[in-house]
Design a protein around this ligand. Structure first.
Ligand SMILES: Cc1cc2nc3c(=O)[nH]c(=O)nc-3n(C[C@H](O)[C@H](O)[C@H](O)COP(=O)(O)OP(=O)(O)OC[C@H]3O[C@@H](n4cnc5c(N)ncnc54)[C@H](O)[C@@H]3O)c2cc1C
Ligand code: SF4
Length: 560
């Protein structure tokens, strides 16, 4: 090592980010006695994080979160999820399928979680463990890049601290990983590689939840929603029961949101105000928090070799977020990957080749079957035919015709469809088209659904109220996103797709304004980062210089 970097503080391992991926990596490294420092940009772990969120413990996974943190379920989770349904919606007609078979496939247990309480609990455990190795967790620290020596990655640079060198660097910095991008392992260019999730946490006392969802205190339920209630945007909605709140949200393909010019907060409101939800929400809608975040689509972006030099990518930073049909599995894979990366480092320690840990980690992801789940080969086969526009058009036209109605509309077809929805094999090869998300569910709803006659009395807060209820520590005079190109062509998509902006709302992040120019008119886009919820969307859909705010700055989620 040269004179420059020798002066810097050195740890055997530095872990960037204390979400489930970083917490798992750090805990496992500490269990192996590796001196481990964890750097987290939030004021507390979880204050920046958003999930739906159901955390799965898969039977086939080499590590689950309770393997690493044995008290996890009791101390950090909300409710075990014991029932699982999907609702196919056409107007006010709804056909419900029981998805318990898919939910229970390869599942040891599954709990609902809220990320602030979950991650802050993990942070405490990780701090205890890593302190014993001579490291610990430092919050309020944003890593802003990779430290290189002679072109090789040897450490990290931070906004708040001097550079740090390490034998292993774990990038567990989530979606929009600045480290993965700095290493050239991920770009932020294609909207079709990402989903955008938006969520409301809704207050409801525990007894009301038990009563309205017909469950016991130690049970929980997941409801999913698809069909025509989200215009034609590809994606769906979810409702999960927590201990004394509900998590209700939407997850959409980002390219579809952009194509349809749909506004995420309005799509969320379409779900909240659908008559089907009136039976649970009744007339006391009290939203605790509005939040949003991108998630990668592992089928397209899970990195097959997620390492460079001493750097390894785990969790969302490596694109390891699996949409298994309608079931979203990101946290569990982040945990598995974090623990495997730690094991790989330990077995490679002493090897002079800086990439030996990364190579071993890649092999472990393959050998454990994790990579196969993230990037199923059958999807690659199915998409080559199924995602051609012409094929989608033909299938959708047939489905929407009388012939399609007759084919789907008999009881045998309905039973077969319910079985297909529950097949892990079939859902993992579903092409990413409107057919599965919109057309087929709408036809099922139309042909088999019962009419819902309840009236929704829910009045969701306005965007202004939602932003007003959030906590921010604004880095005044130091915006973390800058617009590179103000033209509507380059950056206009953010006016719609940003979850805290809207075409007719002046108080959000993005605005479009028509200005007079010599001889004509031009629509220009402007940006105010103050209300930003750091979802990452405009890094992909607008022409920006995008980074996370400095340590402790920006939005602070209480629920997550
Ligand atoms: C609406 C929605 C619903 C979802 N539902 C589910 C679900 O039901 N089940 C499921 O398993 N998954 C779900 N996910 C996906 C899941 O949230 C992610 O896959 C998971 O959080 C990934 O974990 P991670 O540890 O890789 O990253 P994260 O949880 O994002 O953690 C990254 C951490 O790194 C920190 N960080 C980032 N950059 C820096 C930096 N430069 N310096 C220091 N610290 C940094 C962040 O503050 C954060 O604490 C959902 C996501 C969304 C948005
Ligand atoms: S400004 Fe960008 S990162 Fe911030 S909330 Fe809007 S789209 Fe998301």
């Amino acid at each position: 090592m040269g004179a420059d970097t020798e002066e810097y503080e050195h740890y055997e391992a530095v872990v960037v980010g204390c979400g489930p991926g970083g917490a798992a990596a750090a805990a496992r490294l500490a269990d192996h006695g590796v001196e481990t420092l964890v750097l987290e940009r939030g004021v507390e772990a979880g204050s920046k994080n958003v999930s739906g969120g159901l955390i799965y413990a898969e039977e086939s996974a080499p590590y689950t979160i309770d393997d690493l943190f044995p008290d996890f379920r009791e101390a950090a989770a909300e409710r075990p999820i014991t029932d699982y349904y999907i609702h196919n919606i056409a107007g006010n007609k709804v056909k419900t399928y029981d998805l318990t078979d898919l939910h229970e496939h390869d599942t040891d247990w599954c709990d609902a979680v809220l990320r602030r309480p979950m991650d802050s609990w993990l942070e405490e455990r990780v701090h205890e463990k890593t302190s014993e190795t001579g490291g610990g967790v430092l919050t309020d620290v944003r890593v802003n890049g990779l430290l290189r020596e002679n072109g090789e990655i040897v450490g990290v640079t931070c906004d708040e601290l001097d550079p740090i060198t390490a034998d292993l660097i774990v990038a567990a910095d989530g979606v929009n990983s600045e480290l993965a991008r700095d290493a050239g392992l991920m770009d932020w260019e294609e909207p079709d590689e990402w989903f955008q999730g938006v969520k409301a946490v809704v207050d409801m006392d525990a007894d009301a939840i038990d009563d309205r969802f017909s469950i016991d205190a130690d049970e929980g339920v997941a409801h999913l929603f698809s069909g025509d209630l989200f215009e034609d945007v590809r994606g769906g909605g979810f409702l999960y029961t927590n201990e004394d709140s509900l998590s209700i949200g939407t997850v959409f393909h980002l390219d579809s949101l952009v194509e349809q010019r749909a506004e995420p907060h309005q799509l969320l409101d379409s779900l909240l105000t659908h008559p089907l939800l009136a039976q649970w929400l009744r007339d006391e809608y009290d939203e605790r928090e509005y939040s949003a975040k991108l998630v990668p689509d592992s089928k397209k972006v899970a990195h097959r070799e997620p390492y460079r030099d001493r750097l390894v990518l785990v969790g969302d930073a490596g694109g390891q977020m699996q949409a298994q049909g309608p079931i979203i599995k990101g946290m569990n894979h982040a945990v598995t990957a974090g623990a495997l990366a730690a094991d790989a480092f330990v077995v490679s320690q002493g090897n002079a080749d800086p990439e030996s840990a990364g190579r071993r980690y890649t092999k472990m992801l393959e050998d454990s079957g994790t990579m196969k789940k993230l990037r199923p080969r059958r999807y690659d086969l199915a998409r080559t035919v199924g995602e051609r526009d012409r094929v989608t058009q033909v299938v959708d036209t047939v489905l929407e015709s009388r012939v399609g109605g007759v084919a789907v509309g008999n009881p045998v077809a309905s039973r077969l469809l319910e079985r297909a929805y529950n097949s892990p094999f079939l859902v993992s090869m579903l092409p990413d088209t409107a057919t599965g998300y919109v057309t087929l569910p709408s036809v099922i709803g139309e042909e088999h659904g019962r009419s819902i006659h309840w009236e929704s009395e829910v009045e969701p807060p306005s965007l202004e109220e939602r932003i007003g209820d959030l906590t921010y520590d604004t880095d005044v005079g130091n915006p973390h996103i800058r617009l590179r190109d103000e033209s509507f062509e380059a950056s206009g998509a953010a006016v719609y797709a940003c979850p805290v902006s809207a075409e007719d709302f002046g108080g959000g992040c993005y605005r479009a304004e028509t200005v007079k120019t010599n001889g004509g008119e031009e629509t220009l886009v402007s940006l105010d980062t103050q209300p930003c919820v750091e979802c990452g969307t405009c890094a992909i859909v607008a022409d920006t210089e995008w980074e996370h705010p400095r340590g402790g700055k920006g939005v602070e989620f209480r629920e997550g």
